[in-house]
Unconditional design. Structure first.
Length: 174
């Protein structure tokens, strides 16, 4: 499969950040626990990837036309767009990718615990903490995060380093 944005780069970064010690390690980071704060209750529910932009234009489409764009999401396949978080009231979270769309080859699921403080979501999974700075929209129904220096591979194989903004929108019930 020819994934153009090295979501693998993001997955690899996440994987590296979430690795490094076993569950029986005395220095293992403890899971988050306790009652949610008022600001944390805003996150409870399902949040789906709805936009993704790059600071540099790249061509990810294998359509024999040179058409670079900063809109990564528009160039993605349905399987690549299928990504999101589920935040639970018990501080558990799941990050799913490629699990809702039929026939996705690269499915991944990450589970752990979370907390929101100081405009960032902190995740604990496999004994490691990852912090994701986020900004909410005025309506609190979406948030964005900016990942700096992700590697994006264009259709010709050239790798570009760029800042990528991910936007997640809260799923409506029903």
């Amino acid at each position: 499969m020819n994934l153009r944005l090295i979501f693998m780069g993001l997955a690899l970064t996440t994987g590296l950040l979430f690795s490094g010690c076993s569950d029986d390690d005395d220095n293992c980071v403890q899971d988050y626990s306790g009652t949610l704060t008022a600001s944390e209750t805003l996150l409870v529910g399902e949040w789906n990837l709805t936009a993704m932009t790059s600071s540099k234009a790249v061509d990810l489409t294998d359509d024999d036309v040179e058409n670079p764009s900063t809109d990564i999401y528009a160039q993605y396949t349905d399987c690549q767009k299928d990504a999101g978080y589920i935040f639970s009231e018990d501080r558990g979270y799941t990050f799913n990718q490629g699990t809702k769309v039929a026939n996705c080859e690269n499915k991944s699921v990450t589970n752990g615990t979370w907390q929101y403080t100081g405009n960032q979501i902190n995740f604990v999974a496999t004994c490691t903490v990852l912090s994701l700075p986020i900004t909410f929209t005025n309506a609190n129904n979406s948030f964005q995060s900016i990942s700096q220096k992700l590697l994006i591979q264009d259709v010709s194989g050239q790798v570009v380093e760029a800042d990528v903004t991910f936007v997640y929108t809260k799923a409506t019930a029903g």
